[in-house]
Each structure stands twice: as structure tokens, then as C-alpha cells.
Design a binder for this molecule. Structure first.
Ligand SMILES: NC(=O)c1ccc[n+]([C@@H]2O[C@H](COP(=O)([O-])OP(=O)(O)OC[C@H]3O[C@@H](n4cnc5c(N)ncnc54)[C@H](O)[C@@H]3O)[C@@H](O)[C@H]2O)c1
Ligand SMILES: O=C(O)C(=O)C[C@@H](O)[C@H](O)[C@H](O)COP(=O)(O)O
Ligand SMILES: [Zn+2]
Length: 360
């Protein structure tokens, strides 16, 4: 399936088995004759798929160089981007050349950020290989890196010229990261696709992977086209992320992967929404059950106040006001401004009321 994302410069997301081997023919029409490609990839993915990507690009007349970093979220930082700049500079890359990211969301976010900033901007193509990157990270142009102070704190909006998602590459994805990607799939069900959530509840999603990927991308397309630079409705894609990103920060971006953190964050947002009377009762429990059915955790060891404190640099905050993404019900979301301190008090009160109700 081909999905067009209509931003300033529209581009296609091609979700197709085997498209990895057709990367050259898909990318060649987008670049000038003689352009070269810097493949930005990492130590787990490049050894499996790097040669196939290179062969396809070279066959289409696009000469390649590669930059391969050590896999994992801890590498999503400025010092690695500096190394990408070095590789680009040493190989005399110019604005008519292109970056091709090959890997999960870490390679995509970081390679995309290098493309947004090297020479003040060059083109890039995403070749996502994790479920999380195929359903979410490769689309929409959010690029960037983490800082010790928080998640994705340095970045740029820079749309790819093309996204090539080959579902066959998921055959080598470790189970733990497949589960992780389900965190974002469940998010799409929560924010805008109640029918998808029903299917998730019934365990009917894994068998129809390509359809699920497309469904998520179609949902993301709608928010990205409406509000590309994340000033309004796009913030809804951040459901579960305010608390999720805080948990990633509290665990040093190493022990809790993004999708799992977002899962816990969605349960927390569900509970907060219920305690504020915005979210239909029972919603948090439904999210919890779906996460559990896919083997995901639903709570963290951190005190709620500590998590709220760690949301200080959330990009949806304005001063002490936190723009929380809450659900009215499964499939319907709202942006809800809330005072940070009030949130802690309100949540504690609701927890106490629940405790008393259970005792009586
Ligand atoms: N830009 C966005 O809109 C956006 C959206 C969601 C998430 N993200 C970011 O994406 C990152 C998470 O992405 P991720 O879960 O893909 O992480 P990741 O890139 O670290 O990949 C997860 C793991 O799977 C391995 N892997 C990936 N594809 C594989 C394959 N086909 N075969 C074998 N191993 C494979 C990787 O080496 C890694 O160990 C986070 O940094 C998150 O902030 C960005
Ligand atoms: O594309 C978006 O917009 C999203 O919020 C998608 C999220 O799943 C993703 O994790 C994103 O990187 C978070 O962005 P941030 O602006 O909160 O750093
Ligand atoms: Zn996310």
C-alpha cells in the first residue's frame, strides 16, 4: 500500500513486502544523477540488511557510504550526531546527496536530525525496520536526540522524501521489541481508532501486520497533515508520552524502552483522566488489560509526584501548565491544560478515595 503524506513537500510511505530490495529504483527518481547516499544504521540492523540496501542503491546508480553506530537508545545523543557529521564531511557530501536511515526509531530520529542540520538541511529517506518505526517513528518528520535532562529535547521538524517500510524485515526483530512497538499500536487505538482497540482486545491484530501498520500510518497522517509543527492537534499523538518520557528519563534512557514507557504512561493518563472526570470510568482498566495481554508492564515503581516532577521539560508545557493528552473514551482524545501541582494533589485524593472505597 502507498500512503501519501501531504505536508509542504508531500511524500509517500510505501508499506510493501520486499520493498527493501527495490529501494534504489524508488529513491533514484528523487535525486540528481550522480548523487550519493550515506546509509545511517546501527550494529544490529546493518549486518542483516545493509548489503541488500547497498546493492539496490548501487544498482540504481547511487553510490553509497555508511555510518554504523552501536545500537540502542543511549546512543541517541549529540555525540553520535557529531560522528555522523564527521562521516558526511570526510566523504565530501553535499546538499544534492542524501541520507538513508536503516533501522528502528533511533536510527531514523538521529539520521533524520543529521539530515535536517548538516549543511542546514539535506534530503533523507527512512527505511524503518522495527514495528515501532514502521507504525510511527518513520512518519511525520520529528527528528532529534535525547539530552540527560529529557527525551528528544534537541531536534527539528524535517520530513523525509520517502519512507520504505518492508514488513518482512520484522521477521528478525527480537520479540521484546515487537512487544515494544505494540505500545504505539495500542496508542493509535486509544486516541482515534476504537475499532482497532476492539481488535486489540480480541487479540486479532498480529496476524494482519501489514494492515495494522497501514492503519496506524493513516491515523498519524491525519494529525501530521493538520498540524505538522505540533502546535495543536498533533499533540494528541503524544498520548501516554508525558508520563512515558518522564519514566524514560528517570530510568536513564536505558532500562525502559520507549513503547513500554508509553504503555505505562497511557494507563497513568487514563487514571488521571478518570480522576478529573474527563475519561469514561473503566477506560484505564481496559488499557491495562490490553497491555497485559501483549506482555507489557502497566505500572512503574516511581511515586506519581516524582514522575510529574520529571515532566518539567515536556514539550507540550507552557510554564507550570501541562497540556495533558486525555481520552474522553477509547477512540476519542482531548488536549487538557492542567496545573502541575494541582495534578499531584488531585491524583493523590483520587487514589485515597479508591483505597477507602476498596476497604468499605
Ligand atoms: N520521530 C517520531 O515520530 C518517533 C515516534 C515514536 C518513537 N520515536 C523514537 O523511536 C525510538 C524507538 O524506536 P525503536 O523501538 O525502533 O528503537 P531502536 O531503534 O532502538 O530499535 C529497537 C531494537 O530493535 C533492533 N532492531 C530494529 N529493527 C530490527 C530488525 N528488523 N531486526 C533485528 N533487530 C532490529 C535495534 O537494533 C534495537 O536493538 C525512540 O528513541 C523514540 O523516541 C520517534
Ligand atoms: O509524531 C508525533 O507527533 C508523536 O508524538 C509520536 C510519538 O510517538 C513519538 O514518540 C515522538 O517522538 C514524541 O515526540 P516529542 O515531541 O514528545 O518528543
Ligand atoms: Zn512515541
Amino acid at each position: 500500500m502507498v500512503i501519501e503524506i501531504k505536508t509542504d513537500k508531500p511524500y509517500e510511505v510505501i508499506v510493501e513486502d520486499g520493498v527493501l530490495d527495490r529501494a534504489g529504483e524508488k529513491i533514484a527518481p528523487l535525486v540528481r544523477p550522480g548523487s550519493r547516499a550515506m546509509i545511517v544504521s546501527e550494529t544490529n540492523v546493518f549486518p542483516i540488511y545493509g548489503e541488500r540496501l547497498k546493492a539496490s542503491l548501487e544498482k540504481a546508480g547511487i553510490h553509497t557510504a555508511e555510518f554504523v553506530f552501536e545500537a540502542g537508545e543511549p546512543q541517541k545523543q549529540l555525540s553520535t550526531v557529531m560522528q555522523i557529521y564527521e562521516a558526511l564531511a570526510e566523504n565530501d557530501f553535499t546538499r544534492s546527496d542524501i541520507i538513508v536511515t536503516l533501522g528502528g526509531g533511533v536510527a531514523g530520529d538521529m539520521g533524520g536530525f543529521a539530515a535536517a542540520t548538516f549543511l542546514r538541511g539535506m534530503d533523507f529517506v527512512q527505511v524503518p525496520t522495527s514495528l515501532l518505526a514502521q507504525v510511527d517513528a518513520s512518519v511525520g518528520g520529528k527528528t532529534g536526540v535525547d539530552l540527560p535532562f529529557g527525551k528528544n529535547l534537541v531536534g527539528a521538524f524535517h520530513q523525509p522524501r520517502l519512507v520504505l517500510a518492508d514488513p518482512q524485515t520484522l521477521s528478525t526483530l527480537p520479540d521484546a521489541y515487537f512487544t515494544d512497538g505494540m505500545g504505539e499500536v495500542i496508542k493509535y487505538g486509544c486516541i482515534a481508532d476504537a475499532a482497532l482497540f476492539d481488535k486489540l482486545e480480541q487479540g486479532q491484530v498480529i496476524d494482519h501486520l501489514e494492515e495494522t501498520i497501514c492503519r496506524c500510518v493513516l491515523c498519524k497522517k491525519h494529525f501530521v497533515e493538520e498540524d505538522t509543527n505540533d502546535k495543536g492537534r498533533r499533540m494528541i499523538l503524544n498520548f501516554g508520552h508525558t508520563f512515558g518520557h518522564a519514566l524514560e528519563k528517570l530510568t536513564g534512557f536505558s532500562s525502559l524502552s520507549h513503547g513500554l514507557a508509553v504503555g505505562i504512561g497511557m494507563v497513568m493518563a487514563g487514571e488521571v483522566g478518570e480522576s478529573l472526570g474527563i475519561t469514561e470510568k473503566g477506560t484505564a482498566a481496559r488499557i491495562r488489560r490490553v497491555l497485559e495481554s501483549y506482555g507489557m508492564p502497566t505500572e512503574s515503581a516511581f511515586d506519581f509526584a516524582k514522575v510529574v516532577e520529571a515532566t518539567a521539560l515536556d514539550k507540550k508545557s507552557f510554564g507550570k501548565t501541562l497540556n495533558l493528552i486525555l481520552l474522553k473514551q477509547i477512540g476519542e482524545s482531548v488536549i487538557h491544560p492542567v496545573d502541575r501541582n494541582y495534578l499531584v494533589l488531585r491524583y493523590k485524593l483520587a487514589a485515597e478515595q479508591n483505597r477507602r472505597r476498596k476497604l468499605n
